[in-house]
Design a protein around this ligand. Structure first.
Ligand code: FAD
Length: 325
């Protein structure tokens, strides 16, 4: 195989993020036997993670290991990524469509003069072309795109979390190539500390189930029944912007056009009307359950199951029944 498709791995709190394995699966599906799939791992003291990653790729794992890369830093991580990619000379680069991927991918595309297709949810093959499918207008339409013919051009693809299955490990591991010499010149800032606001809670963008609250929750206290339900379901808790604006919860929980995009197996919307800007962040969820006391609420148009009722009655009842199960 003469070509390489590279996946830029993402880590959080000493672990490889789920989206990394999904991006590897996307790269496998895109390459169609034409290319080896390699990985780039950027961080500090990541030897064990590199070995884990190597079990999923048939190309090398190119590691850039420096103290300055312990936390994501736009300039430093970008420079490290470019150094690693230069070593691999990939025809395509895959990243998660996460906060980090969305930051890094356009910088890499600009530096490599590469084309970019973002927020891909499926990959198809037609007439020898690889077609990347991405949702538009809050999932109301889909766009099918392919890269223009350019045998020398690199292709950058970002993959929406929770849309591709995580790659399965391969029978043998790819080699790990570590560089601790990569220069990181002229950094104009440094990360001093990362303070987590939602400690102990499940990552919203990776959660299989999300319980979300809107203005109908009425107060910070009103989120408690939702948190109880989330605990029972091992779910993450999200919110509409109205709930965040009202100070009921942290903006880190906001789902929608200007918040996070989630695609869980089950999304439970409680006291959320279903504004288009909210749908932009959750309409691709596999099953949508809406609890709203207004039978005319637009959320019921996208919901697979709807419960017309007061969330303060329905949510505790649901929790009680699920606890028995
Ligand atoms: P509301 O629309 O007020 O709906 C509250 C719902 O709760 C109602 O349907 C009501 O029937 C129901 N309810 C009330 N009490 C109960 C009860 N006891 N039991 C059951 N149901 C009850 N919004 C986002 O969410 N995410 C975004 O990222 C986002 N980005 C935006 C970007 C822009 C540029 C703009 C202009 C807006 C954006 N918005 C976003 C705001 C969006 O337009 C809506 O205002 C917001 O989503 C409404 O939130 P909500 O559904 O919680 O509130």
């Amino acid at each position: 195989m003469s070509q390489t498709y590279a996946v830029i791995a993402e880590t959080r709190e000493g672990k490889l993020r789920q989206v990394t394995f999904e991006a590897i699966e996307a790269a496998r599906r895109a390459q169609q036997g034409k290319a080896a799939v390699a990985a780039v791992l950027i961080g500090h003291q990541v030897t064990e993670l590199a070995e884990e990653l190597a079990r999923y790729v048939d190309g090398p794992v190119q590691v850039v290991d420096r103290p300055k890369l312990a936390a994501y830093h736009a300039e430093a991580t970008f420079q490290a990524a470019i150094a690693a990619l230069n070593g691999l000379n990939p025809s395509a680069v895959f990243l998660g469509h996460t906060a980090i991927g969305r930051d890094l991918a356009p910088m890499i595309a600009a530096r490599l003069e590469a084309g970019q297709i973002s927020d891909v949810t499926a990959i198809e093959h037609a007439g020898g072309d690889t077609i990347y499918v991405r949702p538009l207008y809050a999932g109301k339409a889909f766009e099918r795109k392919r890269f223009a013919e350019n045998p020398d051009g690199t292709q950058i693809v970002t993959v929406r979390p929770n849309n591709f299955p995580a790659a399965e490990p391969l029978p043998s591991s790819g080699p790990v190539v570590t560089s601790s010499e990569t220069p990181l010149p002229n950094l104009r800032s440094a990360v001093k500390e990362i303070v987590r606001k939602t400690s102990g809670k499940i990552d919203l963008t990776e959660a299989k189930i999300v319980v979300s609250g809107g203005r109908g929750v009425k107060s910070a206290e009103g989120f408690r029944p939702l948190e109880r339900l989330a605990e029972v379901l091992n779910a993450a808790v999200g919110a509409s912007r109205a709930a965040c604006d009202a100070g009921y919860c942290d903006y880190a929980m906001q789902i929608g056009q200007t918040g996070k995009v989630v695609t869980p197996e089950i999304y439970i919307a409680c006291g959320i009307s279903g504004a288009i800007q909210h749908l932009a962040g959750m309409s691709q969820s596999r099953i949508i359950i809406a609890i709203n006391k207004d039978p005319e609420a637009p959320i019921f148009k996208v919901a697979d199951y709807g419960i017309v009722g007061d969330l303060f009655e329905v949510v505790p009842l649901l929790t009680e029944e699920l606890e028995k199960a």
